[in-house]
Design a protein around this ligand. Structure first.
Ligand code: HEC
Length: 283
């Protein structure tokens, strides 16, 4: 019994960080990133997007250009020509070009290192974050984000995606929720009134869920250089690249897994004949 309890406690402690990394809170939208780590072209495109649009502000201190070349089937020349900007070397890590002090002054925070972000936030979170910037003139950079409310990052890919705003239905549901929340929190409010507010809150939550499933959180108001489909596709690639940097051995472990299984299947044949041989005199 004692043993069982110890095992249970150990399992729980080990599971805790996993539960944390899964994100916890509900996010809207909550679409699947559907990345494919075996698709080298997707990873290469993701690397290119990252270097061109993100590496100015975000570093990847655990990732070297040379390792990217090796893992993504690129030659040194290809990497030096397409991925390495400025005076950096093939063996360097992905440092950001922005000075941390200036960044803090401009954004209020120093944009964090993204090597491991996919492990902390999860692939789906990242994908939805990159697709959920919307126009909000009350914010310093004119944009907000449903997945990361009051985000301090500008919409770097706004030119590619185009501009979107929150749909009227979405805003109505959010307003209903915040008004109902006030009533529920009000100490003086009547019990029945509170119960009614709580009901309205649940109804509005259900509407949000539905709108989110139907892709009706946002309305596009201006076109970007990419179609919505192209943009989503590119965000999948970008997330795939971040998923790879967060766990580079995954690429290898996958291909090694296939060999291991193949070996076991082949081993089955002599094992079968050996069994036959050993048991042939036993009746
Ligand atoms: C102009 C500078 C800048 C650029 C370029 C930029 N970011 Fe950011 N990013 C920020 C800042 C600032 C924050 C911090 C936001 C906050 O905490 O409110 C941030 C936050 C993030 C976060 C959230 C991290 C977390 O877990 O809290 C992610 C993910 C992210 N950026 C991804 C990207 C990607 C991907 C790109 C390229 C497409 C990119 N960023 C380009 C400035 C930038």
């Amino acid at each position: 019994m004692k043993k069982l309890i110890i095992i249970a406690i150990t399992a729980l402690t080990l599971a805790a960080p996993v539960a944390f990394s899964a994100g916890g809170d509900k996010i809207y939208p909550n679409d699947h990133a559907n990345i494919n780590l075996a698709d080298k072209e997707s990873l290469q495109n993701g690397a290119k997007l990252f270097i061109n649009y993100c590496a100015g502000c975000h570093s990847m201190q655990y990732v070297r250009y040379s390792r990217i070349a090796q893992d993504l089937d690129l030659s040194e020349e290809q990497v030096m020509e397409n991925l390495v900007l400025g005076d950096k070397k093939f063996g360097d890590t992905l440092k950001k070009s922005m000075n941390p002090k200036l960044a803090k002054k401009w954004f209020g925070v120093d944009p964090l290192d993204l090597s491991l972000v996919a492990r902390v936030r999860g692939n789906d979170w990242l994908y939805n974050y990159m697709t959920s910037f919307y126009k909000d003139d009350s914010r310093p950079f004119g944009v907000n984000n449903t997945v990361f409310p009051d985000v301090g990052m500008p919409h770097i890919l706004g030119d590619l995606q185009g501009e979107q705003v929150l749909s009227e239905e979405w805003v109505a549901a959010e307003t209903a929720i915040s008004e109902a929340k006030k009533i529920v929190a009000d100490q003086q409010a009547d019990k029945q009134v509170k119960a009614a507010a709580e009901k309205r809150m649940h109804e509005a939550e259900a509407i949000k869920e539905e709108l989110s499933h139907d892709g009706k959180i946002f309305v596009q108001i201006s076109k970007g250089s990419m179609t919505p489909e192209e943009y989503k596709h590119n965000m999948r690639d970008l997330v795939a690249f971040m998923a790879y940097t967060a766990n580079p051995v995954k690429l290898q472990s996958k291909s090694m897994g296939i060999w291991a299984i193949l070996f076991l299947v082949l081993l089955l044949i002599p094992a079968y004949f050996m069994k036959k041989e050993f048991w042939k005199d036993v009746h």
